[in-house]
Write a protein that binds this ligand. Structure first.
Ligand code: SF4
Ligand code: SF4
Length: 183
């Protein structure tokens, strides 16, 4: 887990906190760092900064460190933190806004495979109207060049018919196009 240290040497963005508030609609000034969110987060073990640390860094304007962190990508939006927070701070919505900001700013994340999974997943929805798992998996393997990770699991899913070989029939073409054009 990372530490929020060396603050004197790191550039701060004075408008960052206000922009995250505006884009997420969350007022996180009420956070008093009780750590309840972090103690209940099922993915905290994999994050470089805990949810309460991400929130504190946003308040401090440490934009680069926040947008480059793996934490914003490991958050699964499970809302365990939000339901337990004594001040109703909606951390998953804040994480969502941070991911969007990272993508728009073209920030290179430490976790390159997760943003790639998001893009590949969305591309499959745009193309087929729903998820075509095998196509998504093959595209992701090509992008990440991780050809053998989860290979056994993938073969088991194919064998048990959990992952169809052919893509689904496309539905709702016009509506889908409208949704993706509005992005
Ligand atoms: S549970 Fe709420 S108040 Fe406590 S640290 Fe997390 S966000 Fe802040
Ligand atoms: S929503 Fe994200 S930060 Fe909150 S508990 Fe779930 S994984 Fe952790």
């Amino acid at each position: 887990m990372g530490q929020i240290d060396c603050l004197e040497t790191e550039a701060r963005d004075a408008t960052f906190s206000a922009r995250v508030k505006e884009s997420s609609g969350i007022n996180f000034d009420r956070c008093y760092q009780c750590l309840t969110c972090t103690l209940g987060c099922p993915f905290c073990f994999a994050m470089d900064f805990s949810p309460n640390q991400v929130l504190r860094m946003v308040q401090l304007g440490l934009k680069d460190r926040v947008l480059r962190s793996s934490a914003i990508w490991f958050c699964a939006s499970c809302k365990a933190c939000y339901t337990r927070c004594p001040h109703d701070v909606d951390i998953p919505r804040m994480m969502d806004a941070l991911r969007q900001m990272a993508l728009e700013a073209g920030v290179e994340s430490k976790e390159t495979s997760i943003p790639q999974l998001h893009r590949t997943f969305l591309h499959s929805i745009e193309q087929w109207g729903r998820q075509y798992e095998l196509g998504t998996l093959l595209k992701l393997k090509l992008k990440t060049k991780d050809f053998f990770g989860d290979l056994v699991l993938g073969l088991k899913m194919l064998w048990k018919g959990k992952m169809p070989l052919l893509p689904p029939k496309k539905k709702g073409g016009d509506k889908l196009r409208d949704i993706f054009e509005k992005r």
